[in-house]
Write a protein that binds this ligand. Structure first.
Ligand code: CO
Length: 163
């Protein structure tokens, strides 16, 4: 396992469409483990393969609840509702903004052993998954942000949310 370098928003690599995973081999498992370690080292809750320079449809999510979710070849099949929440991105350091996305989602994907799975998600998990799926299409949250917030506004937003 190893921590890999994060590709930041200036790179063209983050603008490419990722490829479908077809080999569920040791190389994929190492990529998944490295993505997880890299994400945790940066206090992230989600990471997509292009963020470590690999243009494949691979996502790792961990909302600090101890459940590590590995989504390979994810496909969002259903969305419902909308909500606006604060987002940031490991590839866009020091940037925060309000983004509107569907509230509830359903998706299909395969795990590291190519086993087919489905998942229903809402709330923060649905948001993180959609943010990461966007990465696989070359889309960053700064492309679809409603409004950027500065540090003071982020503090205020967090305070309001705790109330
Ligand atoms: Co991101």
């Amino acid at each position: 396992m190893a921590i890999r370098n994060i590709v930041t928003k200036e790179s063209e690599q983050l603008r490419k469409k990722c490829r479908t995973v077809v080999s569920f081999d040791e190389k994929l498992h190492i990529l998944l483990d490295d993505m997880y370690d890299t994400m945790v080292s940066l206090d992230g809750v989600g990471i997509a393969a292009p963020q470590v320079g690999i243009l494949k449809n691979v996502i790792v999510v961990d909302l600090n609840d101890g459940e590590r979710l590995e989504l390979i070849n994810p496909l969002i099949s259903f969305t419902d509702g909308t909500c606006q929440e604060l987002e940031g991105c490991l590839s866009c350091p020091y940037q925060w903004g309000l983004v509107t996305r569907p509230k509830d989602i359903e998706l299909s994907y395969v795990d590291r052993h190519n086993k087919h799975k489905t998942l229903k998600a809402n709330g923060f998990l649905a948001r993180v998954i959609q943010h990461e799926v966007d990465h696989l299409k070359g889309v960053l949250f700064i492309d679809i942000v409603d409004k950027f917030l500065n540090d003071d506004e982020v503090d205020e937003y967090m305070k309001q949310r705790e109330k």
